[in-house]
Design a binder for this molecule. Structure first.
Ligand code: ATP
Ligand code: MG
Length: 1018
């Protein structure tokens, strides 16, 4: 069985094979002892070779660095073996994921198998090394930054590797730069942090005047503490001052005064091959003139392991230590007397005890010196200097979203990243600049390979590689430090998701309550998990998405599947209500568990559930996941049945969210599948969908036979639901086609069948709107055309209140839009405008795509109000955007607006365009108006014959369509012409019968105008 773990670095050492066998025991012991000090583990002894790994069972953020340091120490240790001067060792290091097996054997012979490419590469590199040298892989080099001096060996062709592998020889520790400079680029411009810089600037001013200041800069790893101190340094660069920098190191927490020693060596400019005398000279030159105290120099020389006369001072060890610290403080003080000092003390969480004591003294000493002392540390360090008046705390928080985005853009430079990718990076990195940097770099490296970008971001798959390798070690180190139980708990949590409840993890973890809580606590204490509430009602959130990813990434594939299957089981058995509320949760776990068929069914449920909440975009995403998964199932009728359901549900959502054109392909696909292997219901639904998409994309002529077929297959089926929908298709087709009488007949029949409770589900299935409300709103359209403006008004009002009652946004948006249309027809622009605006607002809020382009209706209302210029722009935009029915209607209003504006040519062109669309699509419902308006425009152009012919054509069409309201308008226009031509009686007789046909609507503008005209002609 494999452990869940990945060794990050393998180190293979092999002493010179010429050496006799009996040396091997000593050699093994030396290697084991040496690497043990760096927390490395021996996986295998193989004759004169040793395979070692770092990062397991405990990961450290600096495993690569540990491995390199350990290797250098091994060279030294082997060289020191008594009487073995001729023994030499060659080493190789590679970095990458490896699977570590169980312990095999017993006692000293125990070993673990390490599998993977990484140990192989390490062995090949080791073979490349010359005696007493170390060769490392490119991946290892990246992790150690510039901490070591290296020689580039170039790309190497190695057995077992297809691609040449770049290799580097390690020359030794560089010691020249800080950890920050060695490991982090720091090249991008500083983002944000204005206040912090400002504040540090002020402290510096105060310090310069002789009142020393201490600033304690704390924050989690990678938040930008070092970067902030670098920014301060840069800011005061041009001022005369001395900068003293001290760095603690994770490997030197037990070496006394390490940061002070390193600072002195660095400041004095010691080179690796300087002789002791040369170094002594450099030290003397460094020490400020004021401290050329011989005692101090002796003590400091001793500290730096240089020849020294300190022994002659005759001091007790205790006294000597005091004197040494005093000498170091004197150094600082002497420096400060010359010039103001910026003293940066980095990473105090790794401080050794003696340095800690000296730092305490320094904090005390700087109070009356022109010194600004900035101490950085991570939150685990508890600074004791909090209460002092000249000491200030500065806690760095994560960058805000905007700053995060800026940082990504600055890092990406000219490489264009989509807003989506930028957003994803910002989200996954939670405003920690280091994470932003690393993830952006990882994404950029994989740019051009969109699959890899997704994998790097780990959006859907949570692949192990979603965490950049440079971060993996540090994130794992944080988990590992806490011990096996918390780590395993974090892994379970990672499987559950970024956020999970105590109840859920308890059910999945299968651990006693006390144990589980004891395992969770260190995770929250370490800030890896946030906890809200107290168990058993607590919920947990991974502080960083990347911590979750890292924990998840350590699970082997088989184990992941098993865990997801377990979670799925627990959800189904014990969390039915959660599954009901969030069906996609179960779908996700079933998918990750590899239970494809059940996962597909669950994605369908998730899609339907989201659609019922009108969350169409989410629904579309869920349904598309289901369809993707379906690809991996073998051909079978069961597979097809599932696909039909998914395609139908998807098409329904697309229809609402993106419009008919988007919905048509999935409907067609469902229809094709249903013809051969669907149930009667599926066949009906697919045919209905094809009809719907056709009709709504402005194809009345093509929709007609589809609707007729729906009517015929439901004629004797006795299913009133399907019959209702067949009627629905019929009224919607005839309404646009220009047959209001048929429309009314079908809507009346539909209203009789409709029951809001019984047919509640229809509004989520058929065209995503309620058939009852649709019967009312298109019924209103028909009633007005047929000459019943009051009945139409009542029906429209009913449709709005029904839509409100059932609280269905898409239905409501339709009811409002058609309400606006009715008021337009009644020439009531204010009411029309307010309804159109309400529909637009609703559509924007709910992200709906309306079948009638709302801008068109809005513009039309403005035309009627005579706000021609704005109206023209609006309608034009609406007509251009519109893909559905209503374009002829919109063009009629556009023409009216243009004519009002004096653009008669443009008006005529718009009318011709409308008639052209009507001819090609079969949407003839507004033909009479198009001809009538053309008539008035032609008359205005003084083309009397043509104008009259157009008006007569309008009258004929209106009569054929029984569109009384349109007939009335057309006869009035013609009568006006005749009146002007002196044919008053004829004109009167033309209008009178049409007008007197009306039984209602006498206070609408059209009827009032007709009445006035009649009076005038009488
Ligand atoms: N405000 C910022 N604008 C641009 N880059 C930043 C900013 N803050 C930090 N960075 C970058 O993020 C990386 C991490 O920052 P830094 O090394 O300063 O973190 P830190 O808090 O010192 O971490 P550690 O605790 O590990 O020392 C660096 O490469 C740094 O340049
Ligand atoms: Mg730092």
């Amino acid at each position: 069985m494999f452990c869940d773990l990945v060794g990050s670095t393998a180190l293979s050492t092999r002493h010179d094979p010429e050496d006799p066998r009996e040396l091997i025991g000593d050699y093994h012991r030396a290697v084991t002892e040496t690497v043990g000090r760096f927390d490395g583990f021996v996986a295998k002894y193989m004759g004169d070779g040793v395979l070692i790994y770092f990062g397991y069972p405990r990961a450290h953020e600096d495993d690569a660095e540990r491995a390199v340091s350990a290797a250098l120490a091994v060279i030294e240790a082997v060289g020191r073996l008594p009487a073995r001067e001729d023994l030499r060792v060659r080493l190789g290091i590679a970095t990458g994921l490896a699977v570590v097996g169980d312990l095999i054997g017993e006692g000293a012979a125990q070993e673990r198998g390490v599998v993977g490419e990484t140990p192989n590469l390490a062995a090949r590199l080791q073979a490349l090394a010359t005696p007493n040298t170390l060769v490392i892989a490119e991946a290892t080099r990246r992790q150690i930054g510039e901490l070591f001096d290296l020689e580039d060996l170039g790309p190497q062709q190695l057995a077992g590797f297809a691609e040449p592998q770049r290799a580097w020889r390690v020359l030794g520790e560089s010691g020249e730069v800080s950890r920050f400079e060695a490991l982090r680029s720091g090249e991008t411009p500083l983002v944000g942090r204005d206040e912090e810089i400002e504040l540090l600037g002020r402290r510096w001013e105060q310090a310069k005047s002789g009142e020393g200041r201490v600033v304690l800069i704390s924050g989690e790893p990678g938040i930008g503490k070092s970067r902030l101190t670098a920014a301060l340094s840069a800011r005061i660069e041009s001022e005369p001052h001395t900068r003293l920098r001290y760095f603690c190191s994770p490997h030197h927490q037990d070496s006394a005064l390490y940061p002070f020693i390193a600072q002195l060596e660095h400041a004095a400019g010691f080179a690796r091959d300087d002789t002791a005398d040369a170094k002594l000279g450099k030290l003397r030159a460094l020490l400020a003139p004021g401290t050329r105290d011989d005692h101090d120099i002796a003590l400091l020389s001793e500290l730096l392991s240089l020849p020294s006369s300190a022994a002659d001072l005759n001091l007790s060890p205790q006294r000597k230590r005091e004197k040494l610290l005093e000498a170091l403080l004197n150094q600082l003080e002497a420096e400060a007397r010359r010039r103001p000092v910026l003293m940066v003390f980095e990473d105090a969480h790794w401080i050794d005890p003696t340095s800690r004591e000296l730092l305490d003294l320094s904090v005390d000493r700087v109070r009356h010196l022109p010194v600004l002392l900035a101490i950085t540390f991570r939150p685990e360090f508890q600074p004791p200097w909090g209460g002092l008046s000249y000491v200030m705390n500065l806690t760095l928080n994560r960058l805000g979203e905007r700053d995060g985005e800026t940082l990504v853009h600055k890092l990406a430079g000219d490489a264009a990243l989509t807003a989506e990718i930028v957003g994803e990076i910002v989200e996954r990195t939670d405003g920690v600049p280091l994470f932003v940097e690393e993830l952006t770099k990882a994404v950029l490296e994989s740019a051009g390979q969109s699959d890899r970008v997704t994998a790097v971001l780990g959006a859907a798959s949570h692949a192990a590689q979603s965490v950049p390798p440079t971060l993996h070690a540090s994130l794992m180190a944080r988990l590992d430090r806490l011990g096996p139980a918390p780590k395993e708990t974090a892994q379970i949590g990672a499987v559950l998701g970024r956020e999970f409840s105590y109840e859920l993890i308890e059910a999945v973890a299968q651990r006693p309550e006390r144990e589980l809580q004891a395992a969770l606590k260190p995770l929250t204490d370490a800030g890896l998990l946030f906890c809200r509430g107290t168990a058993p009602h607590a919920s947990y959130l991974f502080k960083h998405a990347l911590v979750q990813d890292a924990a998840y990434g350590t699970l082997l594939r088989a184990r992941r599947r098993e865990m997801h299957a377990r979670v799925a089981g627990v959800l189904e058995q014990h969390f039915a209500d959660l599954v009901e509320r969030q069906p996609e949760l179960l779908a996700h776990h079933l998918t990750a568990a590899g239970k494809i068929e059940r996962a597909v069914d669950q994605w369908l449920k998730a899609g339907q559930h989201a659609a019922e909440q009108s969350a169409y975009l989410e629904a579309i995403a869920h349904l598309e996941r289901g369809l993707d998964l379906l690809q991996s199932l073998p051909e079978s009728p069961g597979r097809d049945g599932r696909e039909i359901d998914l395609q139908l549900a998807l098409a329904g959502c697309l229809l609402t969210a993106k419009g008919a054109a988007a919905a048509k392909p999935p409907y067609m696909r469902a229809f094709d599948l249903a013809e051969s292997s669907g149930s009667p219901q599926q066949r009906f639904d697919a045919l209905y969908g094809v009809w719907q998409a056709t009709n709504m994309s402005g194809g009345s002529a093509a929709a007609s036979p589809l609707s007729a077929r729906l009517l015929s297959i439901t004629e004797d089926e006795g299913d009133d639901g399907l019959r209702l929908q067949a009627l629905h298709s019929a009224w919607a087709t005839s309404a646009f086609a220009g047959d209001p009488a048929k429309t009314r007949e079908h809507t009346d029949a539909g209203r009789l069948l409709y029951d809001p409770e019984k047919h509640a589900s229809h509004r989520f299935v058929y065209g995503s709107h309620d058939p009852g409300a649709c019967a009312l709103l298109l019924g209103a359209w028909a009633e007005w055309l047929l000459g019943y403006p009051e009945k139409a008004l009542a029906s429209s009002a009913d449709s709005v209140s029904l839509a409100e009652r059932i609280a269905h946004p898409f239905t409501l948006s339709l009811a409002l839009t058609f309400g606006a249309v009715l008021h337009l027809n009644r020439r009531e622009p204010e009411r029309a405008l307010s309804l159109a605006e309400a529909a637009e607002a609703l559509a924007a809020e709910q992200r709906l795509s309306l079948p009638f382009e709302p801008g068109m209706v809005h513009g039309a209302a403005l035309v009627v109000q005579s706000a021609a210029e704005e109206a023209i722009a609006r309608i034009r935009e609406g007509v251009t955007k519109s893909t559905g029915p209503g374009r002829p209607y919109g063009l009629a209003f556009l023409a009216e607006g243009l004519a009002q504006h004096g653009d008669l040519v443009g008006a005529l062109a718009a009318l011709q365009e409308g008639l052209e669309i009507a001819r090609s699509s079969g949407e003839h419902g507004w033909d009479a108006e198009l001809h009538r308006l053309a008539g008035t425009v032609l008359l205005a152009e003084n083309k009397l014959n043509e104008g009259q012919a157009s008006l007569q054509q309008a009258i004929r069409i209106a009569q054929v369509q029984q569109a009384k309201s349109l007939e009335l308008r057309a006869v009035c226009d013609l009568a006006r012409l005749w009146g002007e031509q002196g044919r008053r009686t004829e004109a009167h007789d033309l209008v009178a019968p049409v007008y007197s046909w009306f039984t209602e609507g006498f206070d609408t503008a059209d009827l009032k105008e007709a009445k006035a005209l009649l009076d005038q002609l009488a």
